[in-house]
Structure formats: structure tokens, C-alpha cells
Ligand binder design. Structure first.
Ligand code: DI6
Ligand code: FE
Length: 398
């Protein structure tokens, strides 16, 4: 079999649902795709330009961070200090801090400045074996700044060997110029911003923040109707701080995922199961905001809703640029199993981006995106806190 490159003498965690690990395995790449994967005993004779002996290291699919606000300016360390002194997230948001303070810094920045700031965070994720990342807009909250955030996100994908998927999150927060007129802002999102973003091909999906301090279900639904008209899939920040039944709304629009979900109820779980939406758990925000109500993991499991885990990397509620730590938090705070955590940053994360046919599994035909680890067993990836045992990263066979 003619291939470009073979990795031999490896232990494989394929992330193929139901498949057992392969202890003496090989992976072969041709033209950036996996051409063959399996037990070395069954392998064909490879005619490869390069053969890499993995010396019994573990190989997983390269990790996927499927919910981030990676592009943003400034930081909210001062706000963090205020919260330590007793202020709540809602109080800070209502007093003009929070998302709006990041908006000001982001509006003032050029695309180049956004790229430079986000690269620091991206490189941290890449050093942990990342192969695909979703990046949202939502700190511009006016057309030009939202476009610039998405341009910066696309640019990151040109500067580093990583797959960048972009999401338009215009309905993230109410900008001050629309104070008291959330419906007017949603008009602007639907009539001006979203069509312009779509016309430039800058968004792969559309998101919103359905919450008391965000937008109402009725307002979010208008955004979803517009997205549908433009042929863009939707997802939603839902049930993070309260239950507005956003997940069920998202499910009605065939959402790729509903995200956060701490206050999701059983009707919401059933709606997600019926629509096939992924439950995107974001333990970094839960941890950082010291929430006490965890998402209904047992109900999600029972209903067979695929569970993903992401960093939610953002300056306000989850200043986290480590998927390994996100997995540890998901296990510790939400009691996800090791297998659920690993599926959550590979196969189910791919599904949450609509990329299940392209990445997230070691399977012939998938992009050859690999992470090689210096570990004895996969549980170490979830168990260790603040450790990074990445040996190497392969993206599209390179
Ligand atoms: N939910 C969150 O946790 C973040 N956005 C959202 O819709 C918070 C973003 C921020 O505070 O900057
Ligand atoms: Fe988020």
C-alpha cells in the first residue's frame, strides 16, 4: 500500500464509539487523510516515504476545542478581584463591566492586534495537541468589529496548522448604544450584521446568549430564523444561569449543540435527544463562577445525548486555554468518566461542529490529525492537573 507516512509501534485510542484501544497499532497517512489504521498484525505492507516508530506511545485524534471566544482584547483580572471581594457576575455586567468592557477593548483593536493577542492562547492549546478549534465573534457587537473578529479568527487558521471553524455571536450582549432597546439591536443583527457576515463567508455557524442578562428566547428565535434563511447552522448558550428553555428552542432549529446547560431540565434533554444536538459542557465557566448546580449529566447519558467538553476560553467567565484541564474539571466537577471526557474533546466535539465526517476519530478517510502522548494510559490525560505529556502533533498528515 503506497502511503506518505506511517506511525508504527503505537497504542491507539481511536475515539470510534464502542471500539477498544489497539495496543500494537499503526496509522498510515496519504494526502493528509488516514489511509489505514489498526493492529500492526493486520497491516498491509506499506510503501511509505517515512516511517515513524512511536516507541509504544499513545496516539489519540488531535483534540478539538468546539466552543471558544479565543479572539478578544484585554482581560478582566480587575473584575476577578472585585468578585473575590463579593460582587456577582450579574452585578458587574449590569454596572457596565463584564462583556461590555471586553467589547470596548475589542472595538478599539485592529485585526492584526486581535490576531497577536489570540495567538498566545492558540499556541497554548496547540501545545496540548489541538487540531481543530471553534472561534466565536461576539465582543464587537457592531458590524465592523464583528467582521474584524471573524477575519482575525480565519487569519489564525492561516498562520498555524490548525482547522478554524468560525461562529457569529452577534447576539452575545447588548451594546451600550442600544441600551433599553434589545429588540432594536436584534433588528440590526438580523437585517444588517448577519447578512453581511454571511456575504463575506466569515461564519460557519450562528450562536446566541439566551439568558436574563443576554437575550430572550423570542429574540434568539429571530436570529435563528435569519440564520436558517442564510443556510447557516445554529447553536446556543443555553441554561447557563437560569432555565429559559433555550436548549429546546435550539433543538427546534436543529442546533449543532446547546452549550453550558447547568439548568437544563428533562424536557430540554428530551428535545436535544430528538434533534441530535450535542450537549456542550463548559466546566471552566462553572468552576470560575463557582456555580453549584451541575448540568444533568445522568439525564443526558440516559437519553443518549452526545456530550462534548470545551474550554469556553473567554476573558470574563472562563479564562482557560487548556483542554486537558477542561477534561479534568469535567470529570471532577461534573463526574464525567474518562471515556466521556476523551470522547468530549474528539468525536463528540467534531459532531458539535458538524465535522464528524472529517475529524475526531482515527478512521480511514478522516483527516490525519493526531496527538502523540508520553503516557502509560489514557486516563492520565484527564487525571493530571496542569501537566502536558504531549510528545507530538500531526495535522493533515504532517
Ligand atoms: N456565556 C459565558 O459564559 C460567556 N459568554 C456567554 O454567553 C461570558 C463572556 C464574558 O463574560 O465575557
Ligand atoms: Fe461561551
Amino acid at each position: 500500500m503506497r502511503v506518505d507516512r506511517v506511525w508504527t509501534n503505537a497504542k491507539l485510542l481511536t475515539s470510534v464509539p464502542g471500539a477498544a484501544p489497539i495496543l500494537g497499532g499503526s496509522v498510515a497517512a496519504l494526502d493528509g487523510r488516514i489511509a489505514w489504521v489498526g493492529s500492526s498484525d493486520d497491516a498491509p505492507r506499506f510503501d511509505a516515504a517515512e516511517t515513524i516508530d512511536c516507541q509504544q506511545r499513545w496516539i489519540t485524534p488531535a483534540l478539538i476545542d468546539a466552543h471558544t471566544h479565543l479572539v478578544h482584547m484585554g482581560n478582566r483580572a480587575r473584575e476577578f478581584e472585585l468578585r473575590l471581594e463579593g460582587a456577582s457576575y450579574e452585578e458587574i455586567a449590569r454596572a457596565g463591566g463584564g462583556i461590555v468592557s471586553t467589547m470596548r477593548a475589542t472595538r478599539a483593536a485592529s485585526v492584526e492586534q486581535m490576531v497577536a493577542a489570540a495567538l498566545l492562547r492558540l499556541d497554548q492549546l496547540l501545545a496540548e495537541g489541538l487540531g481543530t478549534i471553534e472561534i466565536k465573534s461576539g465582543y464587537g457587537l457592531e458590524l465592523e468589529a464583528e467582521l474584524n473578529m471573524l477575519r482575525a479568527a480565519r487569519r489564525l487558521g492561516e498562520l498555524r496548522p490548525v482547522r478554524v471553524v468560525t461562529t457569529f455571536l452577534g447576539a452575545h450582549a447588548l451594546p451600550p448604544e442600544f441600551a433599553g432597546n434589545a429588540d432594536g439591536y436584534i433588528d440590526a443583527v438580523c437585517e444588517e450584521m448577519l447578512p453581511a457576515v454571511a456575504a463575506e463567508g466569515l461564519a460557519d455557524a450562528v450562536d446566541g446568549f439566551c439568558e436574563g442578562i443576554g437575550f430572550s428566547p423570542a429574540q434568539i428565535e429571530r436570529v435563528f430564523v435569519t440564520a436558517r434563511g442564510l443556510g447557516l447552522p445554529v447553536k446556543l448558550h443555553a441554561e447557563q444561569l437560569s432555565n429559559l428553555h433555550g436548549a429546546a428552542l435550539a433543538a427546534r432549529y436543529g442546533a449543532l449543540s446547546a452549550d453550558h446547560l447547568e439548568h437544563l431540565d428533562s424536557a430540554g434533554v428530551a428535545a436535544m435527544a430528538a434533534s441530535g444536538s450535542v450537549a456542550m459542557l463548559l466546566p471552566g465557566a462553572y468552576y470560575f463562577c463557582r456555580e453549584t448546580q451541575a448540568p444533568p449529566v445522568a439525564l443526558l447519558r440516559e437519553a443518549g445525548v452526545p456530550i462534548a467538553v470545551a474550554t469556553d476560553c473567554n476573558p470574563g467567565t472562563s479564562p482557560l486555554a487548556s483542554l486537558l484541564l477542561a477534561m479534568n474539571m469535567a470529570a471532577t466537577c461534573f463526574r464525567l468518566t474518562v471515556a466521556e471526557c476523551l470522547a468530549g474533546v474528539t468525536v463528540n466535539a467534531a459532531r458539535a461542529l458538524g465535522l464528524q465526517d472529517l475529524c475526531g476519530m482515527l478512521e480511514p478517510g478522516k483527516s490525519c490529525d493526531l496527538a502523540l502522548w508520553d503516557i502509560e494510559e489514557p486516563a492520565e490525560l484527564v487525571y493530571r492537573i496542569g501537566a502536558n505529556r504531549l510528545h507530538g502533533r500531526v495535522w493533515r498528515g504532517q
